[in-house]
Design a protein around this ligand. Structure first.
Ligand code: AMP
Length: 281
């Protein structure tokens, strides 16, 4: 596995592969990898001839008050996980390589989609995501790019961006990988102390409750999300940011639940903000 720190190196290696007629897959990450990230890399290795993963803690998607400085890092461990799962090239740029002095161009979706859910408390987050993903697409020129359904709003936004800007890349969503108790894997789970870790099972419990109520014939989004919220409120360490039922493609709130809807939630467990979601199909 090759480790590249500059854009020029990545371009050189990718060009060699394309000259051989090979397809290229990209898995963008912020590092501190877990089995969720590994599943994206494996999917890329299965579907593409050459797999590139980026490990870049992107500052433009963090607001001033967020956890950029404390975000966990372990690049050596990341490389081991990437190599074991079939990655061919890791792109690990510095912040200066990605955002050189004078950088001033951002990509932003001008619809309601990025303003829903996480966009309410993180108003500049998706602008940072779109900008860095756009740059990564331009640098790596992948045939396919793999994103987790864990970040359902991000996936919907990246798909919209790729479509709107005629990007020659297939954006592929991969299923959420969970711990045994249902907690969605996340680099941020390492912030949780043992007591908080135990309490965090409440997120997937609430999603499962919502799905059960829907399967039992209750399609009133407000009533079902209220029941989910009430369950979460029983956990003393939990504080709700949002519990919503939205259309899986537009991220807009729905009144009636259907197979096109998903439950999405963001909940603080102690100081750690966790997100999760569940499709109703
Ligand atoms: P991150 O490093 O958190 O930016 O995540 C990088 C990619 O991995 C994103 O496309 C995430 O949606 C995806 N990802 C993160 N956690 C999971 C998970 N538990 N299951 C599947 N994909 C995930």
């Amino acid at each position: 596995m090759i480790i590249a720190e500059t854009i020029n190196e990545v371009r050189k290696y990718v060009k060699e592969q394309k000259m051989m007629g090979h397809t290229v897959g990209l898995c963008p990450t912020m590092g501190y990898l877990h089995a969720g990230h590994a599943s994206l890399v494996r999917e890329s290795a299965k579907r593409c001839d050459y797999t590139v993963a980026s490990v870049f803690l992107n500052p433009t998607q963090f607001a001033q008050n967020e956890d950029l400085a404390g975000y966990p890092r372990d690049f050596e461990r990341d490389c081991r996980i990437l190599e074991e799962n079939g990655c061919d090239l890791v792109f690990h740029p510095s912040v200066e390589e990605m955002y050189p002095e004078g950088f001033a161009t951002y990509v932003e979706i001008q619809s309601e989609m990025p303003r829903q859910l996480c966009g309410k408390t993180r108003p500049t987050h998706f602008r940072g995501v779109c900008t860095v993903v756009n740059k990564l697409f331009n640098i790596v020129t992948p045939d396919m790019a793999f994103f987790g359904e864990k970040d359902a709003q991000q996936l919907a936004i990246v798909k919209q961006m790729a479509r709107d800007l005629s990007m020659d890349v297939e954006v592929i969503g991969c299923p959420i990988v969970r711990e045994e108790d249902g907690l969605a894997m996340s680099s941020r789970n390492t912030y949780l102390n043992p007591e908080e870790r135990k309490a965090s099972g409440i997120l997937s419990d609430a999603l499962e409750l919502g799905k059960k109520l829907y399967n039992d014939g209750n399609d009133d989004a407000e009533a079902v999300t209220k029941a989910m919220s009430e369950l979460i409120e029983q956990e003393p360490l939990a504080r709700i940011d949002y519990v919503s039922a939205v259309n899986a493609f537009t991220m807009m709130p729905v009144e009636k639940l259907s197979s096109d809807a998903l439950f999405a939630l963001a909940v603080y467990i102690g100081k750690t903000r966790l997100i999760d979601n569940l499709r109703l199909s």
